[in-house]
Design a protein around this ligand. Sequence first.
Ligand SMILES: Cc1ncc(COP(=O)(O)O)c(C=O)c1O
Length: 497
Amino acid sequence: MKLNDCISVPRLEPASSLLELSPEQRSELWAGVHDAIEIYWRKVTEYPVTPKLDPGPIRELLRDADFSGPIRPSDAIRLCVEGLTRYQTHTSHPSYFGLFNPRASFMGVMADTLVAAFNPQAGSWSASPFAVEVEQHVLRFFGEQFGLDPRKTHGTFTSGGSEANHTACLTALTHRFPEFAVQGVRALRSRPLIYCSTEGHHTHHRAARMCGLGADAIREIPVDRFLQMNTELLADQIRKDRKEGHTPFLVIGTAGTTNTGVIDPIAEIAAFAAREGLWFHLDAAWGGAAVLVPELRHHFEGVHLADSITLDAHKWLSVPMAAGLYLTRHADILEKTFRIDTPYVPQDTDRLDVVEPYQNSMQWSRRLIGLKVFLSLAVAGREGYAAVLRYQTRMGALLRERLQEAGWKIVNQTPLPVVCFTEAEVSETPNDYLAGIAREVLASGKAWISITRLSGNRPVLRACVTNYKTSARDVDDLVKTLTEARTKLRRLHGMPS
Ligand SMILES: Cc1ncc(COP(=O)(O)O)c(C=O)c1O
C-alpha cells in the first residue's frame, strides 16, 4: 500500500514541484541569484583574495543542510552564496595573480546558465544538432587560427587541458600502433616512449599512466638557459632510446609553460618530429590564446605542423570552467581512437555529413561545453579578444618593469604575462625566505601570488596577469605589498633591509 501511495498521481505532483518549483518561486530565485552575482562582481575587490584555510567553519555552515527535510530554496541559495563568498580564492579579484584561473566572461556565465537549463545531450548529433554544430563551429575557428588545414581539422571539447593531453597521448598511440585500439599495450613489441621538457605540465605523466604506459614512459628533456626544451638533448635522448630497442612515438612541446610562460621552439620541434616519424603534440593550454593577437602570432611559427594541440578556453580566454579543446590535423584519428558501435544509441546520422561526439571523444554523455566559448567570442569578436589579451600582456610587461624598479630580479623571458622573480640584491637567500614572502602576501589578503621551482630546483616567486580587470593600479599595489613582505622577512632573517 505504501508503494501505491508513492506512485499515485496526487503524490507525484507535489514531489515534481520540489525539483521544478513554481513560476513565482522561480522568478523570485532568479532575481535573488542575479542580485547575488551582481553584488559579488561589484564588491569582490573588497573581499580578501584568499580565504583562511580552515575546514571547521565550512562544515559548521553545511551542518544546517542535513537533507532530513526540505529547506526553503532561497535559504539554500543564500547558504551557497555565503560559502562561495567567504571560502574561496577569488580569481575574479583583479589582484589574483595566479595559476591561469580567470575572472569568468559574463557571456560565458550566461551560456552555462542556458546549458544547465536546456540540458542538451551533446554526445549525440541527432539528440542535440545545434549543440554539436556550435562546438564544431568553434573548433573549426580555432583550427583556422592555428593554421590547420580546414578540410582535415578535427577536434573535440574536453573538460580541460588534462583530458585534452590524455586524448593526445591516446591518439598518438593509436596512430603509431594501430593495434593498440583493440589489443592494448600488450600488443606492443617494444616500449613506447614520450618526450617533453622538464618544464612540461604534469598531466602528461598522468596521461602516460592512464594509457597504461606508466609515468616513466616520459623522458624529461632538460631546458636551455631560456627554459625552452633543448632540442639537441632531445635528439640525443631519442637516439639513445632507439639504440636500446625502445620506440619513441610522441614529442610534446609547450606554448606557455605553467611555471614561466615560455614557448618551446615549435617549428624546430615540428621539423624534428616529422623527420623522426613522431607525433608532435603542442600543449598550448594557456598560451595558445595568444594566436588571436596579430603581434604575438610569430611566437607560434610552425604551429600548423603540430599533429595535435591542446587549448584551454577556461584559462586565458576567460570562460568559466571547465572548457578545454583538443585539435588535430588528422581527420580520422579521433574516430579510430574512440569509436564504439552500440545497438542502443540511435544510428540515424549515418547518412549525414556530421560528427558524432560520443564516437570521437572519451566522454559519452556530454555537457555542451563549447557554448560559453561561442557566446564569449560572438559578443567580444576576435578583435575584442585580441584587445583584452593585448591589454593583459601590457599589464604583464608593466609588472616586470615595476618589480625591477623595486629591486627584484626577473628570471624568465616570455612575451606572455607571467613573471617569475627573486631577490636582486641578495645572491643567497635563506631557506624558506621566498616562500615566507609568498605567505606574507597571501596572509595580507591583498593579493594572490605563488612560489614555484624552476628546473634545477631554483625557488622563485611567480605572478601571472590572468584577470582581465587587473589594472596598472593593481600592479602597483602588488609591488607595494611584496616590498612590505620583503622588509618583514629581511628583518626576521636578520638581513640588511
Ligand atoms: C601547460 C598546461 N597544460 C595542461 C594543464 C592542465 O589543464 P587543466 O587544469 O585544464 O586540466 C595546465 C594547467 O594549468 C597547463 O598549464
